[in-house]
Design a protein around this ligand. Sequence first.
Ligand code: SF4
Length: 226
Amino acid sequence: MSLTSPVVSPVPHAEPGRDCPLCPRLVALRQVCRAEHPDWWNGPVSGYGDPAARIVLIGLAPGMRGANRTGRPFTGDYAGDLLFATLDKFGLSRGQYAARIDDGVELVDCAILTSVKCLPPQNKPIPDEIRTCRQFLQAGVEGLPRARIFIALGRIAHQSALKVLGGRPGQARFGHLAEHAMPGGRILLDSYHCSRYNTNTGRLTTAMFEAVFARACTLRDELEPA
Ligand code: SF4
């Protein structure tokens, strides 16, 4: 496996090294994964997408057999199937998604960042890990000068995004399709995470997820016509 990220980040200077040592629990899991699956990426997953993006998705953390395996956010597991289909439907991607990093899919006016860049046990990062990795999310957001609409996928992403964007936690409660005005004219838009659990339980339907992207595109076009 290559020592450099398999995808080109829209903000390369915002990415940690492949052996980022800052979260001991996640480093330990990374070592186990590298031993068991030497052909997987098993490292911090870099951002992905268009450096001129106006819409930015903020996810939670890599999935074991998704981004942690392939090295590209949301690529290779169920959450990616729904997300990339939705991006395609709203003109935010180009190319045919095939759950592989060499499928040639490019994001258009859109980028994906994550709250935590390394695989957490049971998909649950602890508060220290979320706080520690926020420096990279902050640098990623600051490195996307046109970004105006931020879609937080899930409550943890909402909280991380709120801190990075300078919002006040008490004034912006998480809720599906909730919109929050942030300093600098930016808008935070919440969505339930597109995980298999949420779709299997009916918490999130395809229509509900598409409604978030429809709203994001409308807000983008109102704020700053292309
Ligand atoms: S989660 Fe972020 S801060 Fe923690 S080890 Fe991974 S890259 Fe480093």
